[in-house]
Design a protein around this ligand. Structure first.
Ligand SMILES: Nc1ncnc2c1ncn2[C@@H]1O[C@H](COP(=O)(O)OP(=O)(O)OP(=O)(O)O)[C@@H](O)[C@H]1O
Ligand SMILES: [Mg+2]
Length: 275
């Protein structure tokens, strides 16, 4: 198990709980999507994984590192990289290559390796050729890809995307999602927080959070098609799921509940071919 935690509770103000007795297990290579309404505790939970927030209560191990043990935090931050929502807040240097090199220097990567690692990271996110550009001259999608390159250069085991597609237009989102998929296929462990439920369809596992608790955990099929569960988490199921149920109410029974538009079209086509 790459991430294993139990009885995790956390409070920012010592009064209200942002996490309540959370238990979590994430396997190496898994693509996990965390869904939940605003304030459900998603960011608070993942910030525990790389010690951006201290473990106040409970147990947590990430990549064999015990989070109660402060001496390994530096290593943990390298092994568990995070990409955030706002791409503008993630740069410190005046050019793309300097920014990625800065991260590597911070983690004391051997000097002679740095240029090649910067190049390789930019190639992974298809941003080769942008080395000399100032980060603030890039588009939102390009900025997110450079921010991701900065994380990838450190050769992490786990990459956390905390609403990393939230501020992007549809094509920028697709770019970031495509890279997420590529990293997952290359064996990286991906944890993605999102408000776009359709981004959860391709996950290995979906976690629903509500009011600091984990409400449910399971396959996208099991979670996203369960109307009561989604309602309890204050979320709307993907459009094909809603249409499936609306059609049923209108007396049109599709054989299976579709999760994607393609599956919906197939279900409707099967219905048509039977009549
Ligand atoms: N820095 C902070 N100081 C005090 N309270 C905080 C802080 N950050 C979050 N909280 C509170 O902790 C709870 C969980 O917040 P968190 O940011 O983890 O939610 P989230 O699920 O990531 O929500 P969103 O979808 O809006 O990002 C909320 O009630 C929030 O107000
Ligand atoms: Mg959040």
């Amino acid at each position: 198990m790459l991430v294993e935690g139990k009885n995790i509770s956390f409070s920012y103000d010592g009064f209200s709980l942002a996490l309540r007795d959370v238990a979590i297990k994430i396997e190496k290579g898994e693509f996990l999507v965390i869904l939940g309404a605003n304030g459900a505790g998603k960011s608070t939970l993942v910030k525990h994984f790389n010690a951006l927030l201290p473990l106040e209560q409970g147990e947590l191990r990430v990549a064999q590192i015990d989070l109660r043990d402060e001496k390994d935090i530096w290593l943990l931050r390298r092994l568990c990289g995070m990409v955030f929502q706002n791409p503008d807040n993630q740069f410190v240097s005046s050019t793309v290559e300097e920014d990625i090199a800065f991260g590597l220097e911070n983690y004391e990567a051997p000097r002679d390796e740095i240029p090649e690692r910067v190049r390789a990271a930019l190639a992974l996110v298809e941003m080769g050729g942008y080395e000399k550009r100032a980060p603030d001259t890039l588009s939102g999608g390009q900025k997110q890809r450079v921010a991701l390159a900065g994380v990838l250069a450190l050769e992490p085991e786990i990459i956390i995307f905390d609403e990393a597609t939230a501020m992007l237009d549809p094509s920028g989102r697709q770019e970031v999602l495509a890279i997420m998929d590529k990293l997952h296929k290359a064996g990286k462990t991906i944890i993605a927080i999102t408000h776009y439920v359709e981004e959860a369809v391709a996950a290995d596992k979906v976690i629903l959070m509500q009011k600091g608790r984990i409400l449910a955990c399971g396959s996208p099929e099991a979670i996203l098609t369960d109307l009561d569960l989604m309602k309890a988490a204050e979320l709307l199921p993907p459009l094909p799921v809603r249409l499936y149920h609306d059609l049923r109410q209108a007396g049109v029974h599709l054989k299976n509940c579709p999760l994607t538009n393609e599956e919906l079209v197939k279900e409707i086509w099967q219905l048509k071919s039977k009549t």
